[in-house]
Design a protein around this ligand. Structure first.
Ligand code: ADP
Ligand code: MG
Length: 275
């Protein structure tokens, strides 16, 4: 059994995980984000609370890049005090067991590849559509992290006047229409025409994001996760319409696009870093 940690900009969760099954889990709100020591202590305390005799390792996903050779976390956008934190060292010194650190969406795609809808496919891309747009890449059944865990950051690829994430995340709705994605979802569920139009527009941008992924990797499967997937049925048709212009019809026609069905893909993926 191992411990998995999912460190977000707002919440931390830690759990005991064995072979894709999350057992004991605790969540906490991250306090004092501007104080490095206090946030590190909070992470350690949460881990201590789920720690148990038979734990053989700790896997942790973080919303930033990670220097793979050292497990050093760099520039966590949503935790301003985390500029360069040698997290693997800190946790392995403290708990005396192996620790692996990787990007949170890399962990998500690992979880989906081992235990979710991407199981059995050699080449898979995960996209987490939430506050931002993160990505993770599995090539030939291996996670491809890049030197800094930064591979697959499709959200930051320049697009139109900004980048893909600006158009393919919750931020799209608040910036352009002054409502949150949840509000746009609720309106669309009630049959509101304007909201349906917003989701169509969003779907087109998602279609171009997926085309970027397919031109780059030509994967067998793309797994979509993140809270905006609750609105998948409202944006899927517009997303698929963009595919008619794709230069290589074979690769887009054969591609599987699945919505994640796992409740804790990122946690079980983080666990698999050390399992
Ligand atoms: P994070 O990116 O921080 O991990 P989420 O994946 O939960 O978190 O994404 C947060 C975004 O999801 C917000 O923009 C929020 O408006 C949006 N969201 C939450 N619930 C829904 C929903 N039911 N339908 C569409 N969007 C949603
Ligand atoms: Mg990534």
């Amino acid at each position: 059994m191992v411990i998995a940690v999912d460190l977000g900009g707002t919440n931390i969760r830690a759990a005991r995980v064995e072979k894709g099954i999350v057992s004991y889990r605790l969540d906490a709100v991250l306090h004092d984000k501007h104080l490095l020591q206090s946030t590190v202590d909070q992470v350690c305390n949460l881990i201590s609370q789920v720690m148990d005799g038979g734990i053989s390792g700790i896997g942790i996903g973080v919303p930033s890049i990670v220097e793979e050779a050292t497990g050093t976390v760099c520039d966590v956008t949503n935790i301003p005090s985390w500029k360069r934190v040698p997290l693997r060292q800190i946790l392995s010194d403290r708990f005396g067991i192996p620790v692996q650190v990787n990007n949170d969406v890399n962990c998500f795609v690992l979880g989906e590849h081992r235990y979710g809808v991407a199981k059995g496919f050699s080449n898979a891309i995960g996209l987490a559509v939430g506050t931002g747009l993160g990505g993770g890449v599995i090539l030939n059944n291996q996670l491809y992290s890049g030197r800094n865990g930064g591979a697959g950051e499709f959200g930051l690829v320049p697009y139109l006047d900004a980048n893909i994430e600006t158009y393919c995340s919750g931020g799209f709705f608040s910036r352009k229409y002054g409502i949150s994605a949840v509000e746009a979802f609720n309106l669309a569920e009630q049959g509101n025409k304007e909201a349906a139009g917003m989701w169509n527009e969003f779907g087109k941008h998602m279609g171009y994001a997926i085309q970027t992924v397919v031109y780059t990797y030509d994967p067998e499967v793309i797994v979509l996760g993140g809270s905006l997937l609750k609105a998948f049925r409202h944006f899927k048709p517009a997303m698929q319409e963009t595919f008619s212009g794709f230069e290589f019809p074979e690769s887009i026609n054969r591609l599987h696009i699945f919505a994640s069905e796992l409740e804790h893909a990122a946690l079980i993926g983080a666990a698999s870093l050390v399992e």
